[in-house]
Design a protein around this ligand. Structure first.
Ligand code: MN
Length: 321
């Protein structure tokens, strides 16, 4: 190996990667700039415009992860019927915490269903992501202007979004090029969706009017309080959950152990500015989320690590000394 090549191998030339990253800074395909605000990012297919300028009623796809029989789904469909023409496509069974799972190894079955108010919906024997993919890839002849997911039984705060089927359905819509939001409500024994319905309409109208850019979605969390006791809306960042999961080990009737991941519901760090803090303080939390999960600090830091694929010759023990 020549001196020249060896030198390059020691410290790989990352300039191309860096240039690509910097180009992305102004890449119109990506909504969120690497640093600072920048005008001119390309909006999603459906451009936001003043509500009065909508010549036809917006078409809204409503889905969830709790399943087609959820009263939260019905409440969302009913709330958004005041904003546009609603189609409901939801999982046949409860798919909570399936995340962004997509069915690839078997076909999907779709059934026409009557919701509790007599309206028509469609159930899919798959995940929330399957529902959105099916609905936006041609199950309906008309395209959609907005996708709404919820109203979930239980808040999706902080790290919850990485498990949430509710939020993942909105993410799938964003990947399909449609503006979307997820809406979840703090869990209590008797769920009342009046406040969440008002919040859903408000968020839907805002998105239709202002539009979202590529990669963006909103995650809305509603406190379980009567509408009159709500302290307003707060725009928030994701907080940090404190999970209290335990691994339960039990023995089945045949004597074989099985395991169940359980425990108390998660708490969270009560940091002002976060979604967790807002909901605890009786405010509706609206969190902007971006699908670009790139770690910004490491993007700058990693090129300074060692990336030599060829391990140095000699005794590996040398490294330990
Ligand atoms: Mn759920």
């Amino acid at each position: 190996m020549s001196e020249d090549v060896a030198g390059k191998a020691d410290k790989p030339d990352m300039s191309r990667e860096r240039a690509r990253a910097e180009r992305r800074d102004v890449d119109m395909e990506h909504g969120e700039p690497l640093a600072g605000a920048r005008a001119g990012s390309r909006p999603l297919k459906r451009v936001g415009r003043p509500l009065g300028d909508w010549t036809a009623r917006p078409r809204i796809l409503v889905t969830n992860d709790d399943g087609i029989d959820s009263l939260g789904l019905l409440a969302l469909a009913q709330a958004l019927a005041a904003v546009g023409d609603v189609e409901v496509v939801a999982p046949e069974t409860n798919q909570s915490a399936v995340g962004h799972g997509k069915t690839m190894m078997r076909p999907l079955r779709v059934r026409e269903r009557k919701l509790a108010d007599g309206s028509t919906g469609w159930s899919v024997d798959g995940s929330p992501t399957d529902c959105v993919a099916l609905a936006t890839l041609g199950f309906f002849e008309q395209p959609f202007d907005l996708v709404a997911s919820g109203i979930n039984y239980g808040a999706n705060l902080g790290d919850d979004v990485t498990y949430s089927g509710t939020v993942s359905a909105a993410m799938e819509a964003v990947i399909a090029g449609l503006p979307a939001f997820a809406i979840s409500q703090e869990y209590v024994d008797r769920m009342d969706f009046e406040l969440a319905g008002v919040a859903a309409r408000l968020v839907a109208r805002n998105i239709l009017e202002h539009g979202l850019r590529r990669g963006e979605l909103l995650s809305v969390n509603v406190p379980a309080v009567p509408a009159a006791e709500c302290e307003g809306v707060e725009v928030t960042r994701l907080g940090h959950r404190v999970y209290q999961d335990e691994l339960l080990r039990r023995v089945d009737p045949r004597g074989t152990p099985y395991y169940w991941i359980g425990g108390q519901p998660p708490t969270g760090l009560g940091t002002p500015g976060t979604d967790i803090y807002a909901v605890v303080n009786r405010r509706v939390s609206v969190t902007p989320i971006h699908l670009d999960l790139t770690g910004r600090r490491l993007l700058r830091e990693l090129p300074n690590w060692t990336w030599t694929l060829h391990e140095p010759a000699g005794d590996p023990e040398d490294l330990a000394e």
